[in-house]
Design a protein around this ligand. Structure first.
Ligand SMILES: [Zn+2]
Length: 135
């Protein structure tokens, strides 16, 4: 049976592969997933994993996201406490709703790079938080 690539117009028959190692990346972290199999388009390189491989690849990606959230959450909590802010005050500075910081710190939501970058700057220049609170 012909497996047509859904990514390009070439209507190519996708070619089976197996035993490949792929790397999943998320925000500078990566995980290696071995022994993956599926099909690849000879024109555009689009890959379609088989069910079991797709599941393992997705799980590896999810684990990276969860690890990044946990790390960002504990970093934000440390800096927020250093700045003498409660979670509501920190949420007011960054937007995203009054309980945004609670969700970041408990790892329920991934903070945007803008939030992380602002707090890293404040970590280095904590005196600037007073200027923001007045604004
Ligand atoms: Zn293609």
């Amino acid at each position: 049976m012909k497996r047509v690539c859904v990514n390009c117009e070439d209507q190519n028959d996708m070619q089976a592969f197996s035993g490949e190692t792929h790397t999943v990346e998320f925000r500078g972290a990566s995980a290696v997933v071995k022994n993956l199999s599926g099909f690849r388009c000879p024109s555009c390189g689009e890959v379609e994993f088989d069910e079991e491989s797709a599941e393992r690849y997705a799980e590896a990606g999810d684990a990276l996201v969860m690890a990044a959230r946990a790390e960002a959450g504990s970093e934000l909590r440390r800096i927020r406490r250093k700045l003498g802010l409660n979670q509501v005050e920190a949420s007011r500075l960054t937007g995203g709703g009054h309980n945004a910081f609670s969700r970041y710190e408990t790892g329920k939501v991934t903070p945007t790079p803008a939030v992380i970058n602002l707090f890293r700057l404040l970590d280095r220049h904590p005196e600037e938080v007073d200027r923001l609170k007045r604004a």
